[in-house]
Design a protein around this ligand. Sequence first.
Ligand code: KG4
Ligand code: ZN
Length: 356
Amino acid sequence: MKVLAVETSCDETSVAVVEENQILSNVVATQEEVHAPFGGVVPELASRRHLEMLPTLTQRALEKSSLSLSDIEGVAVTASPGLVGALLVGLSYAKALAFARGLPFVGVNHLEGHLNSVFLEEKNTPSITSTPSNSPLQRGRMAGELNAPQYPYCCLVVSGGHTSLYHVRSFGEYRRLGNTRDDAAGEVYDKAAKLLGLGYPGGPILDRLATQGNPKAFHFTIPNLGDKTSLEFSFSGFKTAVRLLVEKQKTISPTFQQDIAASFQEVVTSFLLNRIISAAQKCNTKTIAVVGGVASNQGLRKKLEALRAEEYSIHIPPLFLCTDNAAMIGYVGGQYLKRGVQSPWNLNATAVHELG
Ligand code: KG4
Ligand code: ZN
């Protein structure tokens, strides 16, 4: 089934055409320049930009897949969780498209999209690769290099809005093992970068800067969440620690920025790694997936790669599938449509929608 998918949950507008786990096209328009002057996403501006971009992106996605609208057999769209205004734009657009073409339509949970992003493959074009490393985990997967996990697997969803661990037994069977108690990891990367006067979005900037600093220059403590086997997260303390260090400085030098970035990166990635290992042990599996925007972090990818030596089977999507994209929504939507699951025309958008 050829599915046209729409994703507008936050500040990326994306349209994709997917057939089973094959990406026929996946077009993403970031809104970085819209939100950068404000140092964070402005919900109304995000909705307005989605509205402007969707028709053009749909046309581009169809062209790239060498298909026309009459070849499309189903429509999938992110319905939750996310910014409600932004979601409503994509949802209304996808409904109108499906209704006008007489196509089956399904709303998808954004988190379920991320959880399944490890199954996607590109049919035509190889992954975007801008990192110097030759390692598949560092550069992202190339076409034909299948890296789909076997069920059951343990998955860390780590992005700007979420940091949660799941036990995935099969498609649609997710059990949440732990969650963040406050900020998400990506959110705290962005906030720390903002405190250091680095641009927006801060995650990738801080990641790059971390390679130039001393990871031992500053000591950040992994929070004690009561139980050693806890699968919960807390990131707000790191943000406070960065703020206190910044406040002590008269001027923020490039060396200070680099050392904070490296020390922050070291503690956050160690924390994430410790938790995912504990989760895998609890679930009695050695198959691990890490997905979402922060899965593109090079420090985290290096640490995960090292786990392979301990016979873990590690699955991380290529870089362009870590951040928000419609291809992952198309894959999940296609799986539901194939099973006869459709959404009603009055499906609404929901800001908070936990999975598992
Ligand atoms: O999955 P995503 O595109 O959107 C959400 O669903 O939240 O994730 C975006 C988040 C942002 O907070 C961004 O700063 C972070 O992922 N991010 C990174 C990196 N690339 C993106 N954080 C750390 N290191 C990176 N390389
Ligand atoms: Zn996301």
